[in-house]
Design a binder for this molecule. Structure first.
Ligand SMILES: [Zn+2]
Length: 315
């Protein structure tokens, strides 16, 4: 028998290795999607916990690390400003035209971008549950409401960019942005023309989102949402309802959403389904899906039992 030269043998082994890995990954994903589907079908309530990764499938930029941010706003690279350094209320004092260019541009982007089919799938599943659904999100884009989720079933822990407040603030009022499109030069990161002002004192207005080093955020709307959310969770505890927690695109850098998902899985009779392309690792008992949000949700939907899909249609 002719002996295979060692070098050639090594090459063949290496060539077959990635294929086996790909095969295994695909099998693992299928198993995980099926586990997630079983958790959702057998749940009496759905909690959706969502971070920035949820918006990526709608075409929204990912500001992970400075590169994503600087691609979107080259002026910030020139100034050497990170997301954390730019996303502070101090800029509304120091350079309101730049602050409004940054937030106004993002507000326009969120307004012009449509929620994706993943939002529709989650809503369909949630409506089929005896106890319904709740959304807990750090996203300020307002996309869950735009996708048809009931406003009283959404808790936005970082606020909502489509509302304004006074930057001083002289008053606790928040008001919806008038939909006025600011004249923004994204290249220079400068808003031209009149900027939004407070109707009470005339000071510059700012979006009602929680920023870094932000002592002036008016959190009343979020507090009311959180009270409704906690009351609903209490209802689930009393009913001993089984809960499916579907977490989407929530990273470890700002772990608020991940902690919330884990808290729920521990405190309630809950199964956590963690969908995260880069950081899917979750504590024991959780289902991990290393996929983008939309791809994972479609994959789960494809293996849901016909009986549950019928409930979704009838809900
Ligand atoms: Zn004011």
């Amino acid at each position: 028998m002719a002996r295979v030269p060692a070098a050639l043998y090594a090459e063949r082994t290496l060539a077959s290795y990635p294929f086996r890995m790909v095969q295994r990954k695909s099998r693992d994903l299928q198993t995980a999607a099926e586990s997630a589907a079983r958790a959702i079908e057998s749940a009496a309530a759905l909690v959706v916990t969502a971070g920035a990764g949820m918006g990526v499938d709608s075409g929204l930029p990912d500001y992970r690390g400075n590169q994503g941010l600087w691609r979107a706003y080259p002026r910030l690279q020139h100034l050497g400003l990170s997301f954390e350094a730019m996303a502070t209320p101090a800029w509304f004092e120091r350079n309101p035209r730049m602050a409004w260019a940054f937030y106004g541009h993002r507000r326009q982007l969120y307004r012009e971008t449509e929620p994706h089919r993943g939002h529709a799938l989650l809503l369909e599943w949630g409506r089929a549950m005896p106890h319904g659904y709740f959304v807990f999100t750090s996203n300020v884009d307002g996309h869950f409401e735009r996708a048809g989720f009931s406003a009283d079933r959404v808790a936005e822990c970082h606020g909502n960019i489509h509302r304004n407040q006074c930057s001083v603030p002289c008053h606790d009022a928040v008001w919806p942005d008038a939909g006025e499109d600011l004249d923004i030069d994204p290249g220079k990161l400068e808003a031209r023309g009149p900027l939004p002002t407070c109707p009470h004192c005339g000071a510059i207005a700012r979006p009602n989102v929680l920023m870094f080093n932000d002592w002036n955020w008016i959190g009343d709307v979020t507090a009311a949402q959180m009270a409704r959310y906690e009351a609903w969770l209490e209802e689930l505890r009393i009913a001993q309802a089984r809960v499916a927690i579907v977490e989407l695109g929530a990273g470890t850098r700002l772990p608020t959403i991940r902690y919330e998902s884990q808290r729920l899985a521990t405190e309630l009779d809950g199964t956590l389904v963690r969908i995260n392309l880069r950081e899917p690792e979750a504590p024991g008992g959780a289902v991990e899906l290393a996929l983008p949000a939309l791809g994972a949700l479609e994959r789960i939907d494809a293996v849901l039992a016909p009986g549950f899909k019928r409930r979704c249609r009838d809900a």
